[in-house]
Design a protein around this ligand. Structure first.
Ligand SMILES: Cc1cc2nc3c(=O)[nH]c(=O)nc-3n(C[C@H](O)[C@H](O)[C@H](O)COP(=O)(O)OP(=O)(O)OC[C@H]3O[C@@H](n4cnc5c(N)ncnc54)[C@H](O)[C@@H]3O)c2cc1C
Length: 451
């Protein structure tokens, strides 16, 4: 074994965003990393069955972009080469929210890159493919994680390969980046171990998305638009017009509970006309439609509290959506996956005096999860603004809402506050930065006191 290695072979289940980022994080620490993916991995940036969310808008937050650049130096240039549209944060996307149509557009000091989900994933995959000790095995579906009696240590994965044969791959570490985490839960169940407690927020969110060619007479004062709902019967409706590689717009519509966007073109366009402002419809009404309307249903945000488990199998680590899945409307999942992979890398780089880093890895990783997930999860709890949302509404929700509305008002007036709120929403800073700034708190409280 090479001196820096903590194990001979690691297996990553799933070549989605979490699995690819994790493979980059652990590659320096294992002789061999095998990424096992059930799909055929297309050479071109096109959708595939294992990523049914692929046809919908996928914004990569600046925190995710930086995390991926930490794992794969120069990654932003890869996005540019893949045809990404560069967006100046705060300036290039017109934000329309009740009371602010639009919210003041200002350069907040960083850039993000807009491109399709398959193109983002392919850019990361190319980096992973270039790592000498990483192998990607496509058309291999992992059926089961195998462990020693009572699930003390995960030893291997059993998979079905493209030829239909069963294989067993030995592993010192298995990273479950399969999205749903079903393999991890099945192993815990099969070995009589407790399952992690879950917190869920039932949102019944529906997406409908269609791609258009950007017309020659497209507006020049924005590159994208986000239209949020407001009061009234269609208040939960929202829309996002997002630029993609290849001079295209992706137009995503969202609604909740009984008011979800339909999948037929007529219904989709009618739903768009029902948005709070006509900006999005006016932009696409004469644009050429490229393909049909894709739909996706996201019933809930779910957070699994692995950190509360007293024991966990050695050599197993769930990551990304397998730990926490957010209502996609907040655009956080890929970035949280990349931030988790950076955490994993830091933990593996930190020498431990316990002798067996794999034995402690999951516990240390899970212990860091509440801090990492706190801010994105608190963003997701804003779904409770809709009365039909299911789950445990935070006791201080009304205060949080009033705080957030006051903060939004300040952000509209003050570029420094605008920048700070965008940094929190982009997961560059934790939301505790507000509390830690007494002068800001005083200003927010003064607005809240006005009612
Ligand atoms: C409609 C929608 C829109 C979204 N928009 C955004 C957004 O704007 N910004 C953002 O950051 N996030 C967004 N997300 C969230 C984002 O897609 C996920 O958070 C992210 O992809 C999670 O990565 P993952 O690796 O956990 O899962 P995935 O990326 O879904 O990858 C899981 C992989 O595992 C493979 N797999 C599963 N089971 C097996 C098995 N048994 N054997 C082998 N392979 C297996 C699958 O084929 C797949 O390739 C959105 C999600 C949805 C649903």
């Amino acid at each position: 074994m090479a001196p820096s290695s903590i194990g001979r072979q690691a297996v990553v289940v799933g070549a989605g965003m979490g699995g690819l980022a994790a493979a980059g994080a652990i590659a320096p620490h294992f002789e061999q990393v095998v990424v096992v993916e059930r799909d055929v991995l297309p050479a071109e940036p096109v959708d595939r069955p294992g990523i049914p969310q692929g046809p919908h808008p996928h914004g990569l937050l600046v925190s995710g972009q930086r995390a991926l650049s930490e794992l794969f130096p120069g990654f932003e240039q890869d996005l540019v080469r893949a045809g990404a549209v560069s967006l100046i944060a705060g300036l290039d996307v017109r934000m329309e929210r009740p009371g602010y149509d639009p919210f003041p557009q200002r350069d907040l000091g960083w850039r993000t890159y807009a491109l399709s989900r398959p193109a983002i994933e392919r850019a990361v995959r190319r980096r992973v493919e270039s790592l000498a000790n990483v192998t990607l095995r496509q058309r291999c579906r992992v059926r089961e994680l195998l462990a020693t009696p009572e699930g003390a240590t995960v030893t291997s994965v059993r998979l079905e390969n493209g030829a239909g044969s069963t294989e067993t791959l030995e592993a010192d570490l298995v990273v479950d980046a399969s999205g749903r985490g079903a393999l991890t839960l099945a192993l815990l169940k099969a070995t009589g171990r407790p399952l992690p407690e879950e917190t869920a927020i039932g949102v019944d969110f529906g997406y409908a998305t269609c791609v258009f060619a950007i017309p020659d007479d497209a507006p020049t004062d924005w590159k994208g638009v986000m239209t949020f709902g407001g009061p009234g019967p269609q208040g939960a409706r929202g829309g996002l017009l997002f630029p993609l590689e290849g001079n295209r717009w992706m137009a995503g519509l969202g609604g909740r509970h009984g008011d979800q966007p339909p999948g037929d073109t007529e219904g989709y366009l009618a739903f768009m006309r029902g948005l709070r402002t006509p900006t999005m419809y006016n932009a696409i009404k004469h644009a050429k439609r490229l393909g049909s309307v894709a739909r996706y249903g996201a019933p809930e945000s779910v957070r699994r509290h692995f950190e509360r488990l007293e024991t966990f199998p050695r050599g197993l680590l769930p990551i990304a959506d397998a730990i926490c899945r957010f209502n996609p409307v907040y655009g956080q999942g890929m970035s949280v996956a990349a931030l988790e992979a950076c955490l994993l890398r830091r933990l593996l780089e930190t020498p431990t005096d316990k002798g067996d880093p794999i034995a402690t890895l999951a516990h240390v990783f899970f212990a860091e999860m509440p801090a990492l997930i706190e801010t994105p999860w608190s963003v997701a709890t804003f779904d409770f603004v809709h009365p039909e949302t299911r789950g445990e509404r935070p006791a201080d929700f009304e205060t949080r809402l009033a705080f957030s509305m006051a903060l939004t008002r300040l952000a509209a007036e003050d570029p420094a506050v605008h920048r700070l709120t965008a940094e929190v929403q982009s997961l560059l800073k934790p939301r505790s930065v507000y509390r830690d700034d007494p002068a800001l708190m005083k200003r927010v409280m003064a607005i809240m006191a006005q009612g």
